[in-house]
Design a binder for this molecule. Sequence first.
Ligand code: SAH
Ligand code: SF4
Length: 349
Amino acid sequence: MDIKKLENFLQENNLPKFRLGQIQKAIFTDGAFSFSEITTLSKELREKMESQLRLLSFETEKVLVAKDGQSIKALLKLHDGDLIETVLIAPKPGIWSACISCQVGCAMGCRFCATGKMGFKRDLTAEEITDQVLFWRQYLKLKAKSEKLKAEEVSTIVYMGMGEPFNNWDNVSESIKNLTDEKLFGFGSRSISVSTSGIASGIERMANEFPQINLAISLHFASDKKRDLYMPVNKKDNLESLKNALKGYFTITNRKVFLEYIMLDGINDTALDAKMLADFIYSIGSTHLLHMNLIRYNMTSDPPAGGLQPSSKTRTQIFKQELEKHQVHATIRKSLGEEIKAACGQLAS
Ligand code: SAH
Ligand code: SF4
């Protein structure tokens, strides 16, 4: 829903201000499926809205639900025919996290990522970004209706779908403002996380503009030589530049940052890699604010791209122990949604 268009519509039709509040509540909080549902409005007005405005900026092309029902992926067709994916994951039963896309494709070219392989097509508008959340709110409402249960809520939002948020900051920041606007979506800042491949200038901007929003960094490698090879972003913003950006971030926000580390068999999972990772973390300082997440690598193609394979459970466990030897605590994250290719790095339209 284009929020400005809605405001203009009400102005053009000389409708009083309180109407806007009513409509916003019906659409954003209650997840109405159509304008005709908003029965506090006259029939004539509802019809006019149906013909002049649209609730969602895309059509649903396909919805895939994993067998356990804990992850759902939707393929959405934008007005120009481009396709994006958006995912709803329940890390715990009844707690839903919407993983949203901010671009069609991605220009960063990380070698392990399916979105990166697509290349960059275009930025999403703020409307196209927040509409994914609206879509999931509506979805959960419909699901509850069909199961005759009470509707569950989208609890958290993560910018971890397709695209690099700091390459589309104008629209991403506008979408965050709308998601945290109490009159609109009403999410708390702490329920929203932005993940970046490590664009230093973006980290600085986020600290200044949204110090309460969670930040995650896709680190994945603790040596420039390896990071250069798999993540082209490192040629511009290397580990030193990332370190300085994080120091600056902590000075402003004093908030916890998540460092993401995908476990690649024989590539970044040796004892030496753990030692380099610990050294990097200590070089940043504020170690109590850095949280390491070890993530299973999801195969993006079959046969595996560039020979990349996930580290085994045992190797991942040993890596975690190696980190602990250096007083670095890490969490092993289980990957949800692999079966429907809805896991991180598997999104490609
Ligand atoms: N562009 C942003 C956010 C989207 S990617 C970023 O890179 O941070 C979301 C997360 O999935 C990132 O941490 C990314 O590195 C990770 N990822 C990419 N490909 C993956 C794969 N094949 N398996 C597991 N995680 C992957
Ligand atoms: Fe883009 Fe993130 Fe994928 Fe890298 S991991 S290509 S930055 S979406």
